[in-house]
Design a protein around this ligand. Structure first.
Ligand SMILES: [Fe+2]
Ligand SMILES: [Fe+2]
Length: 165
């Protein structure tokens, strides 16, 4: 082994160890930040996609306010906006599924009811003076991503097959 290699090994490993200890890799933001809308969530149904974007925007606004230190009554408006967007969106999808006779509509609507209850629970906890946790928002974002990726895509596939563009 030549001298340069020996010296690189002798200094390189301790320096690497030191630098990892001093500058540990930052924790991934996704651990606590809500999910964002991304093109993979596109269903191909214009109204639905627009509403999904608005939902993620409402969630991001609430998370941003929380991150900026907002608490108490300052969170009421962004929470109410999120609830409004969510309820309007669920109604839109449920009407479309009913009109089209989508066979999975009851199970799908039950999932909607579950997420609306999650947001209502956040509002209730806020009213009782309890903190709105960032983790609850991250859970909500993850729920939305999964629901859109599975239930909404299945619904969109059915609707598009009924009314091909
Ligand atoms: Fe849905
Ligand atoms: Fe949806």
């Amino acid at each position: 082994m030549n001298r340069i290699l020996v010296s690189a090994l002798a200094w390189g490993f301790p320096m690497l160890w030191y630098s990892l200890r001093v500058n540990p890799a930052p924790a991934p933001r996704s651990a606590k930040s809500p999910a964002c809308w991304r093109p993979q969530l596109e269903t191909g149904l214009g109204t639905i996609d627009q509403q999904h974007r608005e939902l993620f925007e409402a969630l991001a606004r609430l998370a941003g306010d929380l991150e900026a230190g907002a608490s108490g009554a300052l969170l009421d408006e962004p929470l109410a906006a999120l609830a409004r967007h969510l309820i309007k969106h669920c109604q839109t999808e449920e009407s479309l599924m009913k009109e089209a006779g989508f066979p999975g509509r009851v199970a799908h609507a039950n999932q909607h009811q579950e997420v609306v209850l999650q947001v209502r629970d956040l509002q209730y906890r806020r009213m009782k003076g309890q903190a709105v946790g960032r983790e609850a928002l991250a859970d909500l974002g993850a729920w939305l991503e999964q629901h859109i990726g599975e239930a909404d895509q299945a619904m969109a596939g059915y609707l598009k097959a009924l009314h091909p563009v």
